[in-house]
Ligand binder design. Structure first.
Ligand SMILES: *Cc1c(COP(=O)(O)O)cnc(C)c1O
Length: 394
């Protein structure tokens, strides 16, 4: 019999009743060190006092009003994001997927309004993840997500990752936009080198194609800059964010330049919940903390510290791990085999990690994780790897 919850997830036999910083507490009181952070969502850990206060204060005042009215909390959060980014304007969504949908619509509308309605194609990359809507699965193109769900939305051209010649050939006067994650998350913490992001920006400038960056996972301070593209010294035309921006409250956004967004006039897009007072009050509290340069410098420092410890772990367990990749606190351990066994061995050590494609174990701790918890995570990973080695020999 089908369960009451649609069984689209393979779930671990774990559940939690409380969260405190980088720890999750099960019903029996046992504590788990959380290096998944709800897949880069709990950017400030669980139950951060400032977020609890922001949510509580807004909840007591006003949860929701329609976008038929002006929403000061939304205006405040939009102004914060504009202040701290390339963007001139922001639309709020409830999720990353919805942000991807708007990014695609916005790019196409921009060319339509410029008298080039045939310019609709979106160039994307193999291994990408932009969400699970019909548009977003077509954008990523992987059979794992698309099989059985056709016909797929047309107009996407999925290129191999890192194939420069294919890219140059694919971006033409029919290309509305190139859409990519500066660091692929689900794809296995695959970092696009700064030089490639710069080259892609040049290619977009030369052809007119818009650059859409999906920073749903790598944005909001995860890499040690507020947005990952800042490392390459470039700016996109359109950017999706979600995950960390709500700190656990469902919130996403599309950030865009005035030029890219100019076609999105009244009536062209909307959302019932997107940008409501409750979500935006929490989002403003999150962004207020993360956008502080001192906070971001700490993310970079913690990321370097963690990475160094992980390099030691890899050296100590060469039959389990192959290497470390990523940036800031968006790190991946490349495993010798599918990471599911390591994730499971981690559970036995009360350590939560997240698998990704390309045999990578994702480590996405809260951005404010104490150094001691990072050290403890490595101790637990070390124990898990030792047990896996023993099991392999036996
Ligand atoms: C998670 C994710 C999405 C989808 O976000 P949802 O909030 O699950 O809809 C899109 N892009 C990237 C890069 C993601 O990591």
């Amino acid at each position: 019999m089908i369960p009451a919850v649609l069984p689209t997830y393979t779930r671990a036999p774990l559940s939690f009743v409380r969260g405190e910083g980088s720890w999750l507490v099960a019903g029996d009181g046992s504590r788990y060190l959380d290096l998944g952070a709800g897949i880069a969502v709990n950017a400030l850990g669980h139950a951060h006092p400032a977020l609890v206060a922001a949510l509580g204060a807004q909840a007591a005042q006003l949860w929701h009003v329609s976008n038929l009215y002006s929403i000061p909390q939304q205006e405040k959060l939009a102004a914060l994001l504009v202040e701290h980014s390339f963007a001139d304007t922001v639309f709020f969504t409830n999720s990353g997927t919805e942000a991807a949908e708007l990014a695609i619509k916005m790019a196409r509308k921009s060319w339509y309004d410029q008298g080039q309605p045939e310019r609709t194609e979106i160039v994307t990359f193999e291994g990408a993840f932009h969400g699970r809507s019909t548009g977003a699965i077509a954008a990523a193109g992987s059979e794992k997500m698309t099989k059985g769900f056709g016909p797929l939305m047309p107009g996407f051209h999925v290129l191999p990752f890192g194939d420069h010649d294919a890219l140059r050939a694919a971006v033409t006067d029919r290309t509305a936009a190139v859409m990519l994650e500066p660091i692929q998350g689900e794809g296995g913490i695959r970092v696009l080198p700064d030089a490639c992001l710069k080259g892609l920006r040049d290619l977009c400038d030369a052809t007119g194609a818009l650059m859409i960056l999906d920073e749903v996972q790598c944005g909001m301070g995860r890499t040690g800059k507020l947005f990952a593209h800042e490392w390459a010294g470039i700016t996109p035309d359109i950017m999706m964010v979600a995950k960390g921006i709500g700190g656990g409250f469902p919130l996403g956004a599309v950030l865009a330049t005035e030029r890219a967004a100019s076609g999105m006039v009244a009536g062209t897009h909307g959302s019932t919940y997107g940008g409501n007072p409750l979500g935006c009050a929490v989002g403003a509290a999150v962004v207020g903390i993360i956008a502080d340069p001192a906070f971001l410098a700490e993310v970079t420092r913690k990321g370097a510290l963690f990475r160094q410890k992980l390099e030691g772990l890899v050296a100590a367990h060469p039959t389990v791990f192959e290497g470390v990749r990523g940036q800031g606190l968006m790190l991946g351990l490349k495993c010798r085999a599918a990471p599911a066994e390591v994730v499971k061995a981690g559970y036995a050590q009360h350590l939560l990690t997240v698998p990704a494609a390309d045999n990578v174990l994702r480590l996405l701790p809260a951005l404010n994780i104490p150094d001691a918890d990072l050290a403890e995570a490595v101790v637990r990973l070390d124990r898990a790897a030792t047990l896996l080695e023993k099991a392999a020999v036996a």
